[in-house]
Design a protein around this ligand. Structure first.
Ligand SMILES: Cc1cn([C@H]2C[C@H](O)[C@@H](COP(=O)(O)OP(=O)(O)O[C@H]3O[C@@H](C)C(=O)[C@@H](O)[C@H]3O)O2)c(=O)[nH]c1=O
Length: 158
């Protein structure tokens, strides 16, 4: 399948404001008065990704991810709309975000996603998904379809 470039339906991308003062900076990551109930985060984690390294492509069946790219480092984010019932099925979206352009981004189920650290130092990504990883008390299967090791996958990182 050939994906064409564009904007994916239901992917929310917003700049994050860093409030800078003599001590450093502070940025809000999410607020319950700004997020739709159905994608309200129930947990949060951060991950560190080394320079030149990617995570994904993955997709989720039920989970919406709520990523914040605030630095350190910058990321190239790849999204592919793999939802047959979506108005933008077959669309690929690429976004650059991180230290230089802080952004939040929600990624709904069925949108395949990956991100690569394109900076020169270790990079941090924050995620606040609307489902618990591995369910209550980590007793359920992980909701994650991993495409990274699939031969001839259409979800290729450049
Ligand atoms: C995501 C997650 C992982 N883990 C553990 C499992 C494993 O030992 C270690 C690393 O997990 P993973 O290999 O799943 O991490 P990773 O490959 O970074 O998975 C993530 O990739 C990005 C692209 C996404 O989109 C995320 O939704 C998630 O799928 O952390 C948790 O304990 N809680 C969590 O919420």
């Amino acid at each position: 399948m050939e994906f064409k470039k564009g904007k994916i339906h239901d992917v929310l991308v917003r700049p994050l404001t860093k409030y800078l003062d003599e001590r450093g900076w502070l940025a809000e990551l999410y607020r319950s008065d700004e997020i739709a109930e159905e994608i309200m985060p129930v947990m949060a984690y951060i991950s560190m990704t080394q320079p030149g390294v990617a995570r994904g492509p993955h997709e989720h069946v039920d989970q919406t991810d709520y990523f914040c790219f605030i630095g350190p480092s910058n990321f190239k984010i790849y999204l592919w709309d793999n939802r047959k019932n979506s108005p933008t099925y077959g669309v690929k979206q690429v976004i650059f975000a991180g230290q230089d352009v802080p952004m939040m981004m929600t990624v709904p189920p069925g949108v395949v996603h990956a991100y690569k650290n394109v900076g020169i130092g270790n990079g941090i990504v924050f995620n606040a998904p609307n489902k618990l990883f591995a369910g209550e008390n980590k007793k359920q299967p992980v909701d994650e379809i991993r495409h990274e090791d699939v031969a001839s996958s259409p979800f290729v990182l450049d």
